[in-house]
Ligand binder design. Structure first.
Ligand code: SAM
Ligand code: SF4
Length: 345
């Protein structure tokens, strides 16, 4: 399509939805499946009961949902899961949503992935206008990788990272900080990531869903990790933003950026700009709260989007001020019972 035709099609920005605390909702995260080819110990139990396939929204319905949110001012969509790239025909949805980028209605379409399927899809993703993705990687040690993901293969993920970089996609590495597991490895991972032109973000474990382990054994406050990194690296706070909750520092020695996502030690809710939908069309207004709205019913009730749009408006009015996460010995139950793989990270 030539540029004139494209410009003629460009949509004028829509005023975003505003929640009761004055926050503009411009970011939608979509869990396209709760299934995964890994079983990371902090995320899932080894034997999981997944949602029945018949309850899933079709790819066409997911497209309609996302498009309705875009019509209501959402500018960024992240596909997640479960593992988004194991959903059958996922490229069909990604290809179809990319029309909103071309039309200027969406600033960014991206995904969070464990990287296992990237070597297969990297080029197609780049062709669909995906410019940046997050890849979750908690260790560069093949044995430890197997331990933490239970079913994953590090070499396959590294091939996926290579393929994505070759296709011109920028990668940010996400690592969950796990006490006694990868804390000592973070400096090496940081040098490796920055040496390959990737930013890195550290995440605190969140108490979501029943897992087979004790979370108090895994939980590592990032304030402690940051203090120990400060003994090796010169870190300068920078105002860099990617639309997410990470706070970034620039590392002088490596020239790269390191982000900290600290839901447990620092409450970032005051700037929250996002909501999440599950693969069954449930809208969660907050990752750390149980309140949710069913969008599948209004979506299926009519071909017209009026009911759906009204259901979304009503839900946004219920977006809470913040989450209730807490991990300590007395609260060793998940703060929310659903797994991270249901609502997406
Ligand atoms: N499967 C994809 C992946 O691993 O990137 C996308 C979904 S996964 C649920 C998204 C992110 O959530 C990953 O970076 C993962 O490490 C993180 N995550 C999963 N469970 C978590 C928990 N309980 N606390 C903190 N982060 C978690
Ligand atoms: Fe799968 Fe991602 Fe959860 Fe690991 S963190 S089990 S890769 S959904």
């Amino acid at each position: 399509m030539d540029v004139t035709a494209l410009n003629a099609q460009k949509t004028t920005p829509v005023a975003p939805m505003i929640d009761p605390f004055g926050r503009a909702i411009t970011y939608l995260r979509v869990s396209v499946t709760d299934r995964c080819d890994f079983r990371c110990t902090y995320c899932m139990a080894e034997h999981m009961t997944f949602l029945p396939k018949k309850d899933l929204l079709s790819l066409e319905e997911l497209d309609r949902l996302c498009s309705t949110f875009i019509d209501k001012g959402v500018r960024k969509i992240r596909l997640t899961g479960g593992e988004p790239l194991v959903r059958k025909n996922i490229m069909h949805l990604i290809g179809s949503l990319s029309r909103h980028i071309e039309a200027g209605a969406l600033d960014e379409l991206t995904l969070t992935t464990n990287g296992s399927q990237l070597s297969r899809y990297a080029e197609e993703l780049a062709a669909c206008g995906i410019k940046r993705i997050n890849v979750s990687l908690d260790t560069l040690d093949a044995e430890k990788f197997k331990t933490i993901t239970r079913w994953g293969d590090l070499a396959q993920v590294l091939r996926g990272i290579d393929a994505a970089q070759k296709a011109g996609i920028h990668i940010k590495l996400n690592a969950v900080a796990l006490k006694g597991f990868n804390d000592h490895e973070v400096p090496d991972m940081l040098r490796w990531a920055h040496g390959r032109g990737m930013d890195m973000t550290l995440i605190e474990t969140m108490p979501m869903g029943e897992i087979d382990l004790d979370r108090t054994d895994q939980y590592l406050p990032l304030s402690m990790l940051r203090a120990s990194l400060a003994r090796q690296f010169t870190m300068t706070d920078i105002p860099y933003q990617t639309g997410g909750p990470a706070r970034y520092v620039q590392i002088s020695e490596t020239g790269g950026r390191l982000g900290f996502i600290t839901p447990m030690t620092h409450n970032f809710c005051e700037n929250c700009n996002r909501v999440r939908i599950t693969c069954t069309g449930t809208l969660y207004m907050c990752l750390g709260q149980e309140d949710a709205a069913d969008l599948r019913e209004p979506l299926r009730a009519s071909a017209d989007n009026a009911l759906l749009s009204e259901a979304i408006d009503n839900a946004i009015l219920r977006k809470p001020k913040g989450h209730d996460f807490i991990i300590d010995r007395r609260h060793n139950r998940p703060a929310v019972s659903r797994h991270m793989s249901v609502t997406g990270g």
